[in-house]
Design a protein around this ligand. Structure first.
Ligand code: ZN
Length: 503
């Protein structure tokens, strides 16, 4: 590589180092920090953000970038780095400073009014701030630029290259297949949850169970940690220091275990990043959708399979000997897979979850394009829930006011959750085609052998960093561009084996 490229990469190393420190302080804030330390911690984090932002928008950065681009390259890593730095530089410099400040100020204000509106179950408290937030996002789309649809510019913030033309057919395919499937399940009897509800689930035992299972699927606790926090997340600073968290409810054990498997999936991805690309943008994980594919893979496709449930029973019995008496792998599997339409996204099951996301995607698209007015929003929300899930919220709190995202100005974020589900099924199908010969993956999982699948992900996903765009990565790993078909097939098979239906 040329001289300008070398200079550019050493600037990026500085920015990356600041990011690693931010990751550690952010983790500390959520997990360890004493309550009084909040205000000064906010100062520290703000200083780090300002510092890395000013390094990014500095004229010398722009000059190095242009010079490195002019040198040209036929190396895929260097090409990936240049693409990612150009994207980050453009996103950081296209927004006028006064806009960034207005946006940040409005965000603080509207998070407060959203929380109050939700608390009081009154949309009118949030109405004006949300209307302004939509305006600010339209303005943002204008600065970032787009070809067909202003919403494209917002989607691209969270998953590079994503646009309405790509997402529309994915959601249309999902909607067509899932809506009838879910309504057929609604007519079936629900599994017996008595063994769960009638028992007490000690926090310490839940922690040991999650820890053991996370280690068994391959999380390296010599290069990471598990802790407790109010909002579960996976953070830390680099592949040698990956920190995930979970929360506990002593009335039921699934939230913490499956939350742990989810964060473990994120953590495995971080631990598997290509180490020859430390401090380089191309060495990072490839966007939110692909990240979510790894968490959903271990949480749902593996963790909620019958084989996994059967393998896990001795672990459960070790930590909860009394509660687990008479509980079989099949009972456990049925209990962790209950499909039931509900109003709240974060509590939704694997099948209905994507309908919650599809509804938000359709609404965001219409709000940003001016096809849906702010005063029609709350009822439009309820109407879509009725149309697609057959249920209607009795109030605003369980309807349009349930998510924090819009108050924070995050339009275009939701679709990455569903992309994660689609990618995970597509990747698992490709891994099966490569790995299954004598034996199925389920037969390996029954024996607790998770490394063939993890190694496949290491080679085809984790180790590829973000050298390619997310859509290119999926195509390279699976042989086809992102498609909803493998996910639909997976869900259809699973629901048929759980419930007696012929949909
Ligand atoms: Zn996640």
């Amino acid at each position: 590589m040329g001289e300008a490229y070398g200079q550019l990469m050493s600037k990026m190393k500085e920015i990356e180092t600041v990011g690693q420190i931010q990751g550690l302080l952010g983790w500390d804030q959520e997990v360890m920090m004493p309550p009084k330390a909040g205000p000064l911690r906010a100062e520290q984090l703000a200083w780090l953000s300002r510092t890395s932002h000013s390094m990014m928008v500095d004229t010398s950065m722009g000059e190095s970038l242009v010079a490195a681009e002019a040198e040209g390259t036929d190396d895929e890593v260097a090409a990936g780095n240049l693409r990612l730095i150009r994207d980050a530089y453009d996103k950081a410099t296209k927004k006028p400073a006064d806009f960034v400040e207005r946006f940040a100020r409005h965000k603080s204000k509207s998070i407060v009014s959203w929380a109050e509106a939700r608390e009081k179950n009154d949309f009118s408290i949030f109405r004006d701030d949300l209307a302004e937030m939509i305006e600010l996002n339209r303005e943002l789309a204008g600065y970032l630029g787009y070809e067909d649809n202003p919403y494209d510019a917002l989607l691209d913030i969270y998953e590079s290259g994503l646009c309405v033309a790509q997402v529309d057919p994915l959601f249309a395919g999902l909607r067509e297949a899932l809506v009838p499937l879910i309504s057929a399940v609604g007519k079936c009897t629900t599994p017996d949850m008595n063994w769960v509800e009638s028992n007490h689930w000690r926090e310490e035992a839940q922690a040991q169970l999650s820890h053991g299972i996370s280690a068994a699927v391959g999380f390296d606790f010599e290069a990471g940690r598990r802790d407790k926090s109010t909002h579960p997340f996976c953070g830390g600073s680099n592949p040698d220091d990956v920190r995930w968290t979970t929360r506990y409810d002593e009335a039921e054990p699934f939230g913490s275990l499956y939350g742990s498997l989810h964060e473990t999936g994120h953590g495995l991805y971080e631990q598997g990043r290509p180490r020859n690309l430390d401090f380089q943008p191309a060495g990072h994980a490839d966007g939110l959708g692909v990240h979510e594919s790894q968490s959903r893979l271990w949480e749902n496709q593996v963790g909620r399979s019958l084989a996994f449930s059967e393998w896990a029973i001795p672990h459960w019995s070790k930590h909860f000997p009394e509660n687990m008496q008479g509980v079989t792998g099949e009972m456990l599997w049925r209990s962790v897979n209950m499909v039931e339409p509900s109003l709240i996204r974060v509590e939704a099951d694997e099948a209905t979850y994507n309908i919650h996301i599809m509804i938000r995607y359709e609404i965001e698209k219409q709000l940003i394009n001016g096809e849906l007015g702010i005063d029609d929003l709350p009822d439009a929300w309820d109407d879509m829930y009725e149309q697609y899930l057959g249920i209607r919220s009795p109030d605003r709190k369980q309807g349009v006011l349930q998510d924090i995202h819009w108050s924070m100005g995050a339009f275009g974020y939701f679709p990455t959750y569903t992309l994660g589900n689609l990618y995970s099924a597509q990747l698992l199908a490709a891994a099966r085609a490569d790995l299954e010969g004598e034996e199925t993956l389920e037969e390996m999982w029954l024996r607790g052998e998770f490394s063939p699948l993890l190694d496949w992900m290491r080679t085809n996903v984790h180790g590829r960093g973000s050298i390619l765009t997310p859509a290119e990565l999926i195509e390279e790993a699976t042989g086809q561009p992102p498609t909803p078909e493998p996910f639909i097939a997976y869900l259809r098979d699973k629901i048929k084996s759980l419930y007696d239906i012929t949909a």
